[in-house]
Structure formats: C-alpha cells, structure tokens
Design a protein around this ligand. Sequence first.
Ligand code: ANZ
Ligand code: ZN
Length: 824
Amino acid sequence: MEEKYNPKVVEDKWQEFWEDNKSFKAGENAPGKKYYLLEMFPYPSGKIHMGHVRNYSIGDVIARFRRMQGFNVLHPMGWDAFGMPAENAAIQNKSHPAKWTYENIDYMRGQLKRMGFSYDWEREIATCHVDYYKWEQKIFLEMYQKGLAYKKVANVNWCPKCETVLANEQVEDGCCWRCDSAVEQKELDSWSFRITNYAQELLDDTFKLTGWPERVLTMQRNWIGRSTGCEVDFPLENGMSSIRVFTTRQDTLFGATFMSLAAEHPMAQQLTTPEQKAEVEAFIDKVKKTDRIKRGSEDLEKEGVFTGSYCINPLTNVKMPIYLANFVLMDYGTGAVMAVPTHDQRDFEFAKKYNLPLKVVINPAGENLDAATMTEAFTAEGVMVNSGRFDGMSNTDAKEAIADFLEKEGIGKKTINFRLRDWGISRQRYWGNPIPVINCDICGVVPVPDKDLPVVLPMDAAFTGEGGNPLAKVESFVNCTCPQCGGAARRETDTMDTFVQSSWYFLRYCSPRFANGPLDREKVEYWMPVDQYIGGIEHAVLHLLYARFFTKVLRDLGYCNVDEPFSNLLTQGMVIKDGSKMSKSKGNVVDPNALIDRYGADTARLFSLFAAPPEKDLDWSDQGVDGSYRFLNRVWRLVFEVLPYVKNGGEVKPEELAGEAKNLRRAVHKTIRKVTEDIDGRFHFNTAIAAVMELVNAIQAFDKKGAPENAAVMREAVESVVRMLAPFVPHFAAELWAELGHTENLEEYGWPGYDAEAAVDEEITVVIQVNGKLRSKLMVAPELGEEEVKAMALADEKVKPFTDGKTIRKVVYVPGKLVNIVAA
Ligand code: ANZ
Ligand code: ZN
C-alpha cells in the first residue's frame, strides 16, 4: 500500500474483503455470548441522509467493539418498505410503488455498503416482500381469532391529504405525523388492535426497562395514562335513571355543584328540555367539528350549554344542573364529569363563565379558602371541610375513606382508567399489507383461510392520485367468493398501518428466511431480546410502544418467549446545521455521498462520532469534518514513519522500562482503560476518540529512533491506537493493521486489554511547609487537583503539631512541587 492515505483504495479493498469472507455473518453456533445489536431500520425514501449515517455509525461502533470483545454479534439491516411516499411517487412518476421502492432499496443498500457498516446482509428483509408480509397476515388472523384484532364503526382520525385513517399516536398537535395537515374526525368502519388489553402490562414492564432513558419511559407511562378513582352514580332529579361519572377525586364529591357531559353522551338528547333544544343542538354540531386533540388540550376555551335538567349529588342531596361541555370527551371514563369548580381548573373556568355555584371542600393547611374571592382552583393537598363526617381528614386519606363509603352504600365503586386507546390499523391505501379478510353480505367478516394465504397485493393497480384507495378499484382483487358460503363477496381493501411491520421485524431478523411460520422459535430464543437498540427519540411512544405490544402478543400466541423486545435503548440526537435540523425543506442538507467522495467513509464516520455524544444533537461543521480527515492522515503518516523502527520491537518487558518509555507505556494503558470504559455501556465515543488523539500526540513526541528496547513499547503504542480506532474507522484500521505485519484480522485479534499496573500513575512528591519551614512530604498523583492536595497537606500528621491551635491564614500550592501553610 502506498504511503499516502487514499480512502477510496483502502475502503474498496476492505469492503470487498468483508463481503468475500462473510465477515459479519451471524450464526447461532459461533462461540461467545450472543449480542444482538439493532438500529431502527430505514424507510427506503431514496437515499440515506446524515441522520442515518450518524445512527448507523453509532451502531456499528458498538457492533464492532462487541465482536472484538469476543461476543457473537447479530447486526442486521432491512427496509421499512411499505408506506405513503411510494404511492405518491408512483402517482408523480406514473410508475409503480414497488418499482420505486425496490430501486431505492438497491441504491441505499449500496450507500450503506459504502459506509462499511458491519451488517449480516444475508438477513436483509424488506417488509413489502410477500415473504415478510404473508406472515404478518397469519399473525393478524391469529389475533383476530383471539379478539385482539377487531373491526368496528368508530370516530377515527382522518388525514384529508393522505386520505387515510391515523392512529392517535400518529396525530401530533392535531396534525398528521407525516404530512402535517390538520386531522379531521370521521366515522368509519375500520380495524383496530386491542392494545388496551395490554395496558397494565405495558405500564408495569416499563419499570423493568432499566436500560432505557427515563425520559422515554415517562412518555410511555403518560401515554398509557393509568388513573385510579371511582365511578359514581348521580340520580336524575326525576328519579328515572342516573348518570355515571368517572372521577379520580372522589374526595371532592361534596364540592360537586354541577354535571358536565360530553356532547356525544347517549343521554344528552333525552336530558335536553324543549326550551334548550335549539341551543343544545347548535352546540353539539360545533363540538363535533372540533378535533379530539384540541378538545383535550388545556388551553381550549371552555364552553358549554345547559340541558335544562338536573341531577342530585348523592352525598349532599343538592340539585346539580346538567351541562354539556366541550372539554369532556366521550371516549374517556364514562363521558361524564362531576364538576368541582373549587378544585378543578377547567370546572373553575366553566363555572365562572356560566355563573355556577362554588363550594370549597379542601383547605390548604392552616388557611380558610373563600369561594367568592378565589381566582383559580385549589388543586394541592389539604384538609377536608364542608364534607360531613370526613371533615378534618387529609384529603388523601379522604380519597380512600370516601371510596370505601361509596362502595359500602352502593353509590359507586373503585375503578381504573387508562388513557391509552386501541390502535387503529386500517389504512385506506394501496402500498401496505392487505388485511386478510373477506366481507360477505351474508356471513359478515370472514377470515381468509390459511390455505389461501398470502393475500398478494395485486400489481395492476392504477395510481391516478384521484378518488381514494387504488386497491379498491382493482376488480380482480376485490371480487371474490366467500370462503364460508361460496357466494359472491368483496375482499377487504384496507391495508395495515406500516407500524405493524416495524412491530416485529426485529424478531424476524432472528430467522429471516424461515419458511414454516413467522418465527423460528429456537432462533428467536437464542437471539432475543435485542441487547442494544438505537434510534430517534421521535419514536418514543409510537414505534416503541407498538413493538412492545406486538412482542407480548407474539409471546401469548406462542411464537416467542420474551416479554420485552429491547433491553437497552439509546436515543440519538438530531443532526443540526446552521441552527436547525438538517432537512430538505430547510435546504441545509449535507449529502453523505459527496462527503464520502471527498473524504472517504471513515472520515464521515469519525466526524459523526467525534462531534457530539450520541444522545446529544450534533452540530454540523465543515471544519470538524476536515479536522477528522487530518487526524486520520496524521495517524497514517505516523504508522508509516515508525514502521522501520518498530519492526525491531519484540516483547515489552515492563520491569525493564524507565523514563520516557515507561511514561509512554503508561499513557497507552491508561488510554485503553479510558476508551474501553467510554465505549462500554456509556457510549461516550467523543471522549474515547479524544483520548486516542492525545495518545497519538504522545507517540509523536516520543523519540522514534531511540534505544532498540523502546521499539517494543512504541510498537505496542501504535498497535493499540490502530486497534482502538478499529470500531470507528474500520477500513483505515484494517489497512494499517495489515501494514503492521498482521495476517489475522483485527476482529479476531480482539479488543486490547490493559495492564492495570502499567496504567497506574507515577506519584510525585510535594513538600509541605508551615510558615516557610519544611515539615512533611506528600506522594500524590500528578493530576490531583489543588483543593485535594491542600486538604491532604492540612490533614497530614506531621503538619498538625505546627498548626494545632493556630489560625490558618493562607495556603499556597505550587502545582506538583509544594504547599506552604501560613498559620498564626
Ligand atoms: C371530579 C374532579 C375534581 C376531578 C377535581 C378532578 C379534579 P385523569 O387523571 O386524566 O384520569 N374526567 C373524567 N372523565 C372525563 C372525560 N371523559 N373528559 C374530560 N374529563 C374527564 O383525569 C380524571 C379526571 O378528569 C376526573 O376526575 C374528571 O374530573 C375528569 F378537583 O372528577 B375529576
Ligand atoms: Zn358469506
């Protein structure tokens, strides 16, 4: 190889080598403890972007590091290949989503290979491939059998631009997660997964996920939103029936002065008196047009309308007017709220607006609230008042006591409510996995029999961009016979949410070509769970919640034995340039291809790993890229420079080392220790790389033509640098490693260990003076800080007799030399 660093030559050579040698092929019988490393797989949008480069570089460091440590590593890659953009591109280019998708995959695969990522490409999957989605259909049908997949007419989130339903998780601030259009409500017959059956387990198991960022766990817990409280019945004034509310604050029951119902509440019409009818109907119309997210948001202007009817507070027997209120949602609790304006802010605003009575039932400790002068609800803890036998109790105790009382009296019962809703998976789009059922006028929904699976997506759909789901217009697909009665029937044309595919791809990677079912249980048991998962924080709720749910479902269907799919989660930050996230719309994109052309993949990798710790945002800097490139060149030249010298280097004989050689060896072993610790579990790649850079400086300062016995130390130093750089810049390291005369490749050679003894710092002597007279000496590590050295000096046994009983006026530290204590 030439003495000038030529990334292209080096990278081509090693990529070919890895491919020819199947260097990253994973098998269950290889030695070493299994280690499953996974990055969130990409959507094949066209080409990879810097976010991908960063995500996959982080993953690749860990994969290569673990391999060098002797783990049996599984590091797969594939494509989240169904979804809207393919369909839009097909409309635009008058082609087919499959063509667009597979072309993109080919191109992006090439890009990933150019980056030198250590994937087992034999396990590659594309979710749009029938060998993948057919198994998903099978899973769907088993879920249907168990009641975990169901179809019903419901109010759904509808994106008018994507012309499809969205799950609640896919609505962000009232807008579509993909195209940002305002989401509408629509009544539609559609499919859902009963994720709510798993609400409690999904919540409980967050407490077992000790390897996840707390922030993500909190988001999941909030999303699941478990509330404990009571359901309480409020009889109507006429005694005919009652309204059931859900409250988490039964301690405030004596303060409930009116009732608020959702506009969709089934009793809304019957409760409305003739005089109120017109007003109520206008209100209901208005509310129905407001989207669900907005209705649930705190800053919604509270509005309502009186129905004309009353109910009775079961504890106070006071008459409560019944209102409809815009902030009460029908799909939470019972769709009815007992309003306590003194202790709930929404009710407070509502009561002020409509002049409704306020009654204080909880006082802050040592204070008496006056309802007439309150400017906001009192929501903190306090002492019960105006609540009969519960007066004087703390309100937290009263919660328990009142709940028990309600149960005893048969007025209410303790209940648990979850905010989590079932996962709506119907998408009215073509490029997705067809839901494998048939709709028959006589038999209703009929599952496609096993023998007729898979339901293959027909290739002859037309992509005009007009009039809804292209799949619904493919007559040969739609028209079929009912498997039950043999009559004419219509095939379901809804396809599954693409998040369904990403909910189990990590399981399929364990046995990607298994032909007898979705998963080869034995292989899954070997590899799962994923030891380290890496991806963007934007999936904190969406994908990560669905994947957890699906894993539990597959476990319950007998396909695997894991409760939780991902033991450790790393959420990497964004790539920022000129102050905002790199994106096409901002026009601040750096194309990885151009970067590789100019500097090589290793520089691209090194920069993205060095510029920031993984979980922080990475600020793009051209100088930074240049700096990384220069560093690699420096190391390259260094290795070639020392080659003739280190050829003579034999074994290091630690006992014989002194002076400069001993210092260099210490630096080597200290660096190995630091880099190992920084990578392992902490992922502080930036500081790890910085430590290697420092070591390179130390090597450069070393006399390279010195005593022959020092050549061994030099050799160890240079080889350690190459080995430590291997996970970050693998082609570069592999080349230098070979240049240093090794025939075994780096991964077999392994990660360098450190000699703890060699890494110990030489201690230096610091003399201690009291009032200018030498009194004692300290042995300290050279990097020990000023405060520590001063404290040690003052505590010294030989110093104390000279300072006891005196006032310390001043302590002066001359670093590495002396401490002078002035005492009088
Ligand atoms: C009386 C009360 C008094 C309440 C008080 C709160 C404070 P979480 O914690 O989110 O579960 N609520 C119940 N069903 C509702 C619905 N369908 N739409 C809107 N609000 C609803 O919230 C539970 C509380 O939210 C319940 O407790 C109820 O108001 C309200 F000082 O009941 B509370
Ligand atoms: Zn039928």
